[in-house]
Design a protein around this ligand. Structure first.
Ligand code: ATP
Ligand code: MG
Length: 601
């Protein structure tokens, strides 16, 4: 089973990002770019050779939670484009907030990107492009002083309330701060006092000086530095001022010489500031040319899940779910434990495409991608989820002994032979007693019922045709045992087996070699397709039946199942041996997704 993203044999439709990149490559927009071997300023890159990476993209998560399916889209877009066009994609931890860094989240993010099949090496191998935004604090500070010196930034000491009020809104232009016309020397001195810890949190901010009347509110002198007396996991107590995201992000991209900075549409209104800042820093010779450009696409909205980190964290912290990797979580670790494959998730991202249109994607599409991936490679197995015992009352008469066992065979990959591949087989033994599904017997059959009822014949899949003769019941009238007779000379695969026609074949497991297993029947986490849209309370919309646990009997071939192995349980869908809890001594299987077609009559 390959997990490398290089082997995707998927049709890649064009999209507007590919168009942009192809145009850039054709025009040679980035062809002469120098790469200093690591991130750095204009001087640093000027000393390097021509960049071996034809394009550079980046994926910049904040290490404050586990990645979810929305991040998977961003990962597939950024790493996928870099791979397809001979570039590289940087993994950059956006740690500009001085919050306690959580190694658990950092490790989780690295694992998730690797598991999806991507890495962050330069195309010629070697260098790992894994970076931390906080390593750029010195440059960010230097750039801020540069802006002050050029009269492009000022220290504002209005209260946060005044600043908010004076910002105006869509219908009203902003009002200039009384500090807006401070001179360069005073601004510089005051900014250094901010840096030196002379001012308390909130007493002042550094603002870019752009246009308080701009229609784009983001250009009304956005704050670029704030005071925060807080330890940083990387820089310790070196800083008590920290850059704002909108200021830090373009600089991070520029120092890493990103060519195409791809983000979600919420950042569209930030693009003018992104360009304003980088234009000035490039003109001042601080950053290398050509500077990065930002492009936006529509974020993924997936039905029946929530993807806000805050809400996901609540589901974990409140004990509603068992953890970030609960198989019902739309996190990458959750999807992985549920049994989704990297191939299926990449295919899903490919199929939903990259557009600028706001849309909801149906969770069913993710399941369809999983089925498409596993259909040809997941071994088949029979299991009985709701067991009822069936006794073949003429067994000893037909085979000479009640203990006699018949060896049966079924293909593990039914389509493999047709495609000329190795066709592994599963061996099953059929004896006097078998487990069947409770719903496969009806004492009084409903109209159209084709399975077991007194007088009817069915095939035990891969075994013999049997004829139902009746049942036994307990004192409450519940059926405790189905009685049937085996029809001689009808064993699957033997000459003449088909001479007796039946309308149904049922799944079964032999009592003598059945293995008991815990089967976790997962379903959608929410009952509403958009649980947190339109002011709805997602917590009220949790599906009470999102997990049903049953003790099942499974066929003996599953004794070899290893954690993470995926199977198609005939008629029930795709299942995986749980990566945390499964062992040979105590098998545990998770339902990933049902079969497309529900079980017929
Ligand atoms: P949250 O708001 O839940 O905390 P986030 O977007 O702030 O999530 P980041 O760690 O900042 O989380 O995200 C890293 C990258 O993933 C960003 O570039 C962001 O645009 C992208 N991303 C996040 N959610 C989605 C989504 N639903 N679809 C596509 N890209 C996404
Ligand atoms: Mg964020």
């Amino acid at each position: 089973m390959s997990t490398s993203a290089d082997n995707d044999n998927v049709h890649k439709p064009g999209n507007f990002l590919r168009q942009i990149i192809e145009n850039d490559l054709q025009r040679g927009t980035h062809a002469q770019r120098l790469w200093g071997g690591s991130p750095g300023d204009a001087q640093h890159h000027a000393q390097g050779g021509v960049d071996p990476a034809r394009i550079r993209t980046r994926f910049p998560p904040e290490p404050n939670g586990y990645l979810h399916v929305g991040h998977a889209k961003s990962i597939c877009v950024n790493f996928g484009l870099a791979r397809d066009y001979g570039g590289t994609c940087h993994l950059r931890f956006d740690d500009t907030n001085p919050e306690k860094e959580d190694q658990e989240f950092v490790d989780g993010i690295i694992d998730a990107v690797h598991w999806l099949g991507f890495d962050w090496q330069d195309p010629e191998g070697g260098r790992e492009n894994l970076y931390w935004a906080s390593n750029y604090f010195n440059f960010m500070y230097r750039a801020a002083e540069y802006l002050i010196e050029r009269g492009l930034a000022y220290v504002d000491e209005q209260t946060p309330e005044e600043m908010r009020a004076n910002r105006g809104d869509f219908s009203r232009p902003g009002v200039d701060s009384p500090y807006r016309e401070r001179g360069v020397a005073e601004n510089l001195a005051r900014f250094r006092e901010m840096k030196d810890g002379k001012l308390p949190d909130g007493a002042a901010v550094l603002r870019a000086k752009i246009d308080m009347a701009s229609h784009n509110i983001n250009l009304r002198d956005p704050a670029i530095y704030r005071i925060k007396h807080a330890e940083h996991h990387n820089t310790g107590s070196q800083w008590c001022i920290y850059p704002m995201y909108t200021y830090a992000h373009p600089i991070e991209d520029a120092l890493e010489h990103i060519t195409h900075s791809i983000c979600t549409l919420e950042f569209e209104d930030q693009r003018p500031f992104y360009d304003w800042l980088l234009d000035h820093l490039r003109e001042g010779g601080l950053i290398a040319a050509p500077q990065p450009r930002q492009y936006e696409f529509a974020r993924l909205n997936l039905t029946y899940v929530v993807t806000s980190k805050r809400k996901l964290k609540h589901l974990v912290d409140s004990g509603t779910l068992t953890g970030w990797d609960d198989p019902r979580m739309p996190t990458i670790v959750g999807l992985r434990r549920r049994g989704f494959t990297p191939e299926a998730i990449r295919d899903f991202c490919e199929r939903i495409g990259v557009t600028k249109d706001y849309a909801w994607i149906d969770y069913a599409l993710l399941e369809a991608c999983l089925r498409d991936d596993l259909e040809a490679r997941a071994h088949r197995a029979m299991v009985v989820l709701d067991p009822l015992k069936l006794e073949l009352t003429n067994w000893a008469g037909v085979f000479g002994s009640a203990e006699h066992l018949e060896q049966c065979e079924l293909p593990a990959l039914p389509h493999a032979q047709a495609q000329g591949q190795a066709a592994p087989v599963r061996r099953l033994t059929l004896g006097r007693e078998v487990w069947i599904e409770r719903e496969d017997f009806a004492e009084e059959p409903p109209k159209g019922y084709k399975r077991l009822y007194p007088g009817n014949r069915v095939r035990l899949k891969g075994g013999y045709v049997i004829e139902c003769t009746g049942c036994e019941k307990d004192e409450h009238g519940n059926v405790t045992r189905v009685l049937a007779t085996v029809v001689p000379d009808t064993k699957s695969g033997t000459p003449g087996a088909d001479s007796v026609k039946v309308k149904a074949a049922i799944t079964w497991v032999g009592v003598q070699d059945a293995i008991a297993a815990e089967v976790r029947l997962y379903d959608r986490l929410f009952t509403d397709p958009q649980p947190d849209a339109g002011g709805k309370d997602y917590l009220e919309l949790l599906n009470p039946d999102s997990l049903k646990v049953v003790t099942a009997w499974v066929e003996p071939s599953l004794a070899r199942a290893q954690p993470d192995d995926k199977f198609q349980f005939e008629r029930f869908g795709y299942f995986v041996a749980d990566r945390e809890d499964h062992s040979a001594a105590r098998p545990v299987f998770n339902r990933i997704a049902g079969l497309k077609d529900s079980w017929g009559k």
